[in-house]
Write a protein that binds this ligand. Sequence first.
Ligand code: VGL
Ligand code: ZN
Length: 208
Amino acid sequence: MKALLIIDVQNGFCPGGNLPVPEGDTIVPIINRLIADGAYDLITASQDWHPANHGSFASQHAGAKPFDMGTLSGQPQVMWPDHCVQGTPDADFHADLNTDAFDYIQQKGENPAVDSYSAFRDNDQAAITGLAGYLRAQQVTELDVCGLATDYCVKFSALDARALLPDVKIRFIEDASRGIAADGVKAAIAEMRQAGVAIVHSDEILAD
Ligand code: VGL
Ligand code: ZN
C-alpha cells in the first residue's frame, strides 16, 4: 500500500500568501502529475489550520516582529506572521492542486498554546493527530512526503513518520517540495537522510 503525504500546499505558503515560501506554487503541477500517474493507492494531505489568536503569531506577543525568536508555553518559538487562519483564503489549498483526489486531510495547529509543524503531532510531542493511526489502519507500507515548507513542516512530518511508523518505508520527494531558507533546506535534507528517510526525485517515481 503506497501513500503520498502532501504537506501544507496552501495559499499562505505560496507567493501572495501571508508566509510565502519562494517558488512554493511551482510544486503544484509536479504533485498533480504524481497523483495522476496512479503510483499511489492513497493520497493524504495536511493543512495548517490556526485560530486567529495562535501563539506562534508575532501579533500575539507584545513587541515581537515576524521571524523574531520568542517563546511559546516555555519553548523556543519562531514568531511567524499571521498565516493560515481557519476559514480564510490564506488557509485554502492552492486552487490548482487536485484536492478531489485527497482520501484524507489532517488539519493541525489548532491549539493556540503550541505550534504543530508535523502533521503527526504537536511540537511538544504531547498531542498526536489521527494521521499515523489512519495510515496504520490502511496498512500503508510506503509513504512519500512532499510539500511546504521543506525546512519546517515537511521535515518534521517526515521525521515523525520515520519515528512513528517504523515498518513503513519513508521517502522525501525533493523537487515536489520547497523551503523557506536555502541553508535550512540543506540542513533539513541532511537530517532526514541521517534519520533513514530516502531522498528521491519525482522523475524516479513517474518512471516506475
Ligand atoms: C509552516 C511555519 C509555520 C510550514 C507552518 O508549513 O512549514 N511553517 N507554520
Ligand atoms: Zn503555521
